[in-house]
Design a protein around this ligand. Sequence first.
Ligand code: FNR
Length: 368
Amino acid sequence: TMPGLGQCFNLMDFEAVARRVMKKTAWAYYSSGADDEMTLRENHSAFHKIWFRPRVLVDVKNVDFSTTMLGTKVSIPFYVTATALGKLGHPEGEVVLTKGAHKHNVLQMIPTLASCSLDEIIDARMAPQTQWMQLYVNSNREITKRIVQHAEKRGIKGLFITVDAPQLGRREKDMRSKFDDGGSNVQASGGEDVDRSQGAARAISSFIDPSLQWSDLPWFKSITNMPIILKGVQRVEDVIKAIQYGCQGVVLSNHGGRQLDFARSGIEVLAEVTPELRRLGLQNQIEIYIDGGIRRATDIIKALCLGAKGVGIGRPFLYAMSAYGVDGVDKAMQLLKDEMEMNMRLIGCTSVDQLTPDMVDTRALSMH
Ligand code: FNR
């Protein structure tokens, strides 16, 4: 029998339950990484190389970890990142994440390749909830333009253009299992026929434009007033370019280890990016986010200490949703809030602006 929600004490516990209860094909799609899954594992283990330098004898009775992301006030510095095909895990798909996020005043990034339609996910929003949108750019720019302008009209507050996926990575676990999307509603491909013989990821991604380049960015700025954020940046040179092209943010991310194997973890790239931006006086020109492998509030705290404005979390919420629906997502977010409050106290910080580089020891991170 399946363990109850009371048996889930951390985010990893949801993964263990989901693995047992999910359909094999769905598990393969959600859990897989590219090639040898070196980056997938590194995303998590990179956090093990960062240690705390807590302050003692600080009044930590009241702790407040609320912050803003792209101008939206949030209760805690993480957001639900975009993950495709929510109906593989739960019959109601992405709206389950919308409802869970609403309970906790958490932002949700809606994927281009959602199982629910964009409008369904927006309709599930409850004030004062805010949503962002992740964009895969179609070779047919008219389709992309329509999606972007519709999203803006419906109140989406940020456009996250995925830049680490000119071609989908090889996720062999996924490729081995025959894809059946269960009648989900993937509209963004423009209704093209899909080849289902190569796993879920390959089947849905053939429309993505591999020729997308920096010089395309002004076009996006011409069709929308939403802030533009590049998702999947992996080196400081590209962060600086993003600033020059007028982007409001970047997500240092390797797509959850699903694209380039041996890409570095987001936290590792962050440790490269922040000092260089400070050296150039550019640190206030752009908001830096990271995702990949974040499973504990201590991971969130480490990212903020190293200069991130916030972090994205993907699989844990998919697993919580697949195993327990909205209640699971709610519980996973509550666990993170509880961990956050305790760990902020234990390191001697009462607000996010106190999370500074001196709070962490990164010597092990730079030593390899
Ligand atoms: C993703 N991710 C992703 N990213 C994106 O830009 N567009 C997409 O359609 C998807 N789809 C997707 C599906 C699944 C099943 C996963 C696990 C991930 C990547 C995602 O936004 C994020 O970068 C990672 O999930 C973060 O890593 P963790 O939190 O899953 O370890």
